[in-house]
Design a protein around this ligand. Structure first.
Ligand SMILES: O=P(O)(O)OC[C@H]1O[C@](O)(COP(=O)(O)O)[C@@H](O)[C@@H]1O
Ligand SMILES: [Mg+2]
Ligand SMILES: [Mg+2]
Length: 325
């Protein structure tokens, strides 16, 4: 069986040349990141880097390595006007005639690194419309403005998932050629589900509507929902969203009162928006209690947001509880 190569797919989709170059740069960097991940302890790349990122989180060595690889590859690409990363305090201007801005979470789920479990790279592409040298304000565009978004999941296979606004396609890395080959171009999320993903250890800290919604799922057949629900939590958004794109489900990282002043844990510009774009393109829903995540006007690059996404009917029910409360 022959599979369409990523480069041929992008041409078939009539993606403009500059955007093709951006996607190819991400794909090259992901090959290098995958190589570093697979060497693991042999290359001494596991464990903490001994520093914190701008958000006060401990960086793993591989967070730094993945960030450096993506930053170097993307900033060498003439189509890239600027990049912003979870691991960089400030946005990084690149080429003055580049057409695109790229935000990324170089390694999502990095607490999984030391247990050899799934991690990924999440990216979002925006058109540049602002100043000559890219500045933070240029990046502050609502998620609906994204021209492309995707992720690479480093699991038993390496999978690139991409949307340029015409549905969602999945590509599997061929380790022999280094090419990403199309393996699914009809990704869609059923409106109903019997599976949810949430970190249950935070239950007592959630707002009342989220407590109610999850309690009803846990009550299963004997509760108001009248059916049993299964639960999964990989602790890497990239892997939890991948499962939802493959077999459906609901995912949430809600607001909680451990740090009441913090909107949520996940970051809008390089986690919630790109994943939200993919989920909407696959027919799912993406909300925060105040409204659709993709409509939020960002205020800053490292902004956080509560996230509810996945099966449209379940997301709607969860949001209805918030809006009623
Ligand atoms: O450890 P927790 O609180 O369950 O959080 C898990 C969440 O944190 C994240 O790992 C944050 O991503 P980073 O590893 O990029 O900081 C999400 O991917 C995941 O959904
Ligand atoms: Mg992350
Ligand atoms: Mg990260």
């Amino acid at each position: 069986m022959t599979h369409t190569r990523l480069s041929d797919y992008l041409q078939q989709q009539q993606v403009d040349d500059a955007l093709q170059q951006v996607v190819h740069a991400v794909s090259r960097a992901s090959n290098d990141i995958n190589h570093a991940l697979s060497k693991g302890a042999l290359a001494g790349v596991l464990g903490a880097a001994g520093a914190e990122n701008v958000q006060g989180e401990d960086q793993k060595k591989l967070d730094v390595i993945a960030n450096d690889l993506l930053k170097a590859t993307l900033s060498a690409e003439p189509a890239v006007r600027g990049v912003a990363s979870e691991e960089e305090p400030d946005v990084v201007p690149c080429h003055q005639d580049g057409r695109y801005l790229v935000t990324f979470d170089p390694l999502d789920g990095s607490s999984n690194i030391d247990i050899n479990s799934m991690v990924g790279t999440i990216f979002s592409v925006l058109a540049h419309t602002g100043s000559e040298d890219a500045v933070e304000a240029d990046f502050l565009q609502a998620g609906r403005q994204q021209v492309a978004a995707g992720y690479v999941l480093y699991g038993p296979s390496v999978i690139l998932v991409l949307s340029t606004g015409k549905g969602v396609a999945m590509f599997t890395l061929d380790p022999d050629s280094g090419d990403y080959l199309l393996t699914d171009d009809e990704v869609s999320i059923p409106a109903d589900t019997g599976e949810f993903a949430i970190n249950m250890s935070n239950q007592r800290f959630w707002a009342e509507p989220m407590q109610r919604y999850i309690a009803e799922l846990l009550a299963g057949k004997d509760g108001p929902r009248g059916k049993n629900f299964n639960m999964r939590w990989v602790a890497a958004m990239v892997a939890d969203v991948h499962r939802i794109l493959c077999r459906g489900g609901l995912f949430s990282y809600p607001w909680d009162n451990r740090k009441p002043e913090q909107a949520g844990k996940l970051r809008l510009m390089y986690e919630a928006n790109p994943m939200g774009f993919l989920v909407e393109q696959a027919g799912g829903k993406v909300w925060t209690p105040e409204g659709p995540i993709l409509d939020i006007q960002p205020q800053q690059i490292h902004q956080r947001v509560p996230v509810i996404l996945g099966a449209a009917n379940e997301v709607q029910r969860c949001v209805d509880y918030h809006q009623a409360g």
